[in-house]
Ligand binder design. Structure first.
Ligand code: GLA
Length: 362
């Protein structure tokens, strides 16, 4: 029996920058998805999940459109591995997950990466983390149909205990940055709004299209290649696209500033940058919701050093850096504000940076 596990992620800062070849800084979570794989020579993969009622069986020659719903992610990985020329084998695969689903914490990347590690363990294929991440991303983009970037898979595969991962998407390089909140008597609070989101719907794609269109107008291959900001925005006629670009350019700068602030243990600055990032996602990229904005504002009002939505947007989680001794009090105050706003009860927990995906048993 092969057993693998892969974590979800929290993005500390740098949203929608990955497909613009910019910067982001996620951490891998302690919460992970586990896959148990018993290979056989059936030529099919039989999948079941503790979280889903129905199991699914598909052939190794599975094609786009053959498998829907949650099972499309594992099926997509098998498809993408074989499209990349790697051998795949049949067997029985059981999935269980601690990563909340649809919460902006990359439950899908965790599932893809755990399946990928299980399948390659069975076939003896060795992939470096970048190739593995690209194959998992291809499963999501071309099989599932969600036009997402590379951040989630890179975070899940490269996670590091007590380190944030500064990723430069131009080179796909991942640099660990010390992420030690506890050492400064702080904690990372996660408020799951319990408003689910989905990236195969149009809003994510439309943000991507704005960025591609603006890059073409500016005559650059990607927004990463924009030099400085002087006179740049004026060249984009469409007011919406102009705001989208302003978010990406300012967010890239915030990621680099935040990495420096983390290194210097300047958590006040980290908090400020997080709050600014939230405002930019709310006003310029327009991917937050009134519910999510309320959570972020409430966190800061009740003593967080900073707070922002994490992930692709339109729901999911807000993260906040808070004094460790005020976690309970701040969580309760946020819960009261959300209830007063008429929104559903959130799930609140603290997180730390965890290890990356691994083979537990081969
Ligand atoms: C989702 C995508 C990522 C990234 C984020 C936004 O999580 O999967 O590739 O684009 O949204 O930063």
């Amino acid at each position: 029996m092969i057993v693998t596990e892969a974590p979800g992620r929290i993005n500390l800062i740098g949203e929608h920058t990955d497909y613009n070849q910019g910067f982001a800084m996620p951490i891998a979570l302690d919460e992970r998805t586990t896959v148990r794989f018993e290979p056989d020579d059936s030529g099919t993969v039989s999948l079941d999940s503790e979280e889903e009622a129905d199991g699914v069986t598909f052939g190794l020659d599975v094609r786009r459109g053959d498998v829907q719903g949650w099972a499309a992610y594992p099926a997509g990985v098998v498809w993408a591995l074989s499209e990349a020329g790697h051998r795949v084998v049949g067997g029985t695969m059981s999935v269980s997950s601690e990563v909340p689903i649809g919460a902006g914490l990359s439950s899908s990347a965790a599932l893809e990466c755990a399946v990928l590690l299980a399948m390659t363990a069975a076939t003896g294929v060795e992939l470096d983390p970048l190739d593995a991440a690209r194959i998992a991303q291809r499963a999501e983009n071309d099989f599932v149909g969600a036009p997402t970037g590379l951040m989630d898979q890179l975070a899940s595969l490269n996670g590091h205990i007590d380190r944030a991962l500064l990723i430069d998407f131009e080179t796909s390089s991942v640099s660990p940055v010390t992420f030690d909140l506890a050492g400064s008597d702080l904690a990372l609070l996660v408020v799951n709004s319990n408003a689910a989101h989905q990236h195969s719907t149009g809003e994510y794609a439309s943000r991507r299209e704005s960025c591609t269109r603006a890059a073409a107008t500016l005559g650059v291959g990607s927004l990463r290649d924009v030099q400085g900001t002087e006179g740049v925005l004026e060249r984009i006629d469409d007011a919406t696209d102009r705001r989208r670009v302003r978010h990406i350019l300012s967010e890239n700068t915030r990621v680099l500033d935040c990495a420096e602030a983390l290194t210097n243990k300047n958590f006040r600055r980290v908090g400020e940058l997080m709050t600014q990032s939230h405002a930019s996602m709310r006003d310029d990229f327009e991917i937050t919701t009134p519910h999510i904005d309320l959570i972020a504002e409430s966190a800061v009002r009740h003593g967080a050093l900073g707070a922002r939505m994490t992930g692709g947007g339109f729901g999911g989680c807000v993260i906040a850096v808070v004094p460790a001794d005020a976690v309970g009090e701040i969580a309760e105050s946020i819960e009261a504000d959300i209830a007063a706003g008429g929104f559903p009860v959130p799930t609140v927990f603290t997180a730390r940076a965890g290890a990356g995906a691994s083979r537990v048993h081969v």
